[in-house]
Write a protein that binds this ligand. Structure first.
Ligand code: COA
Length: 265
């Protein structure tokens, strides 16, 4: 790329801006005893740097820290929530809500100031994510576009879900109610989850059902002893039975073929 192209000029300018910020940061650190509130500024800068790092680690499409800082709406929503949550905890409910609504207008992501969010939270693409007031999110949870962590309208007090650490919620999934999604669970794109999901399990469909736990697929045999009152999707149960019958038939055909071959030898 030639040094005079507009793109080169933009890259060079943004590098200069980054250098200036790094220099300002190092000056604040060096003179932290002399500058009032330097500790708070350093802590805030460290938090922002951590959030940028999380996005860089999780999104292979991110090409630079500056791109993430300026152009990632998921990051903007998370940073705005840090501000609104602090205001909320201090009882400034109106201002907290104003910050979260401003962030929503800019990013398309609505996080209620009361929601509790752990470290390493990542909203990919962002658009259409809604997180309710009493939702709790553990550490290192990625969320994709169109996710709702909401209530059913039937509960009072704690109304929204709790996500353990390392929970992934796929695009368009809705998790509705005050139950827990266990650590490292995966909620598939498009699922509607209405009950607790155990840790290390994958839930898919509407209403969501567990199809995999600790890397083993759940088959109909494994479901035999489950509480059938709480398996709410009769169509998927029928499909599951058919799949099990098909598997047994395939095994039977395989066994007969092997016997025939052995007889022929
Ligand atoms: C669920 C998911 C995380 C995969 O988890 P996994 O534990 O590796 O599960 P598997 O891929 O082994 O799938 C297990 C079963 O669920 C089914 N399944 C997977 N995703 C599903 C979905 N979204 N809806 C319905 N069924 C789904 C699979 O077909 C498979 O069924 P089978 O047992 O009949 O073969 C992944 O499919 C997914 O939905 N990721 C979301 C990604 C996303 O939202 N991207 C958006 C980017 S903008």
């Amino acid at each position: 790329m030639s040094n005079t192209t507009p793109e080169h000029k933009i890259v060079s300018l943004t590098n200069d801006i980054c250098d200036t910020f790094r220099w300002a940061g190092s000056q604040i650190r060096k003179n932290k005893d002399a500058i009032p509130a330097a500790g708070k500024v350093i802590a805030a800068l460290d938090e922002i740097r951590d959030e940028v790092r999380v996005v860089r680690e999780r999104d292979p499409a991110a090409t630079s820290d500056l791109e993430v800082l300026l152009l990632y709406s998921g990051l903007h929503a998370v940073l705005a929530h840090k501000v609104s949550h602090r205001l909320y905890k201090k009882g400034h409910f109106f201002t907290a809500r104003a910050v979260s609504q401003a962030a929503r207008a800019i990013t398309g992501i609505e996080i209620h100031p009361g929601a509790t969010i752990g470290r390493g939270f990542f909203i990919d693409h962002g658009a259409g994510v809604v997180i309710g007031e009493t939702a709790e999110i553990g550490d290192n949870c990625p969320l994709y576009p169109g996710v709702t962590l909401g209530g059913t309208g039937k509960d009072t007090g704690k109304r929204h879900p709790t996500l353990g650490n390392g929970v992934m919620v796929g695009a368009g999934a809705k998790v509705l109610g005050p139950f827990k999604i266990g650590d490292n669970a995966k909620i598939a794109a498009g699922a509607v989850v209405l009950e607790a999901i155990p840790e290390d399990c994958t839930a898919v469909g509407i209403p969501a059902r567990v199809v995999k736990c600790k890397n083993s697929k759940i088959n109909c045999e494994a479901n035999k002893n489950l509480d059938h009152v709480h398996i709410p999707d009769p169509v998927s149960q029928e499909l599951c039975k058919l799949r099990e019958q098909l598997r047994r038939l395939e095994e039977e055909i395989e066994r007969i073929k092997t016997e025939e071959t052995q007889k022929g030898e």
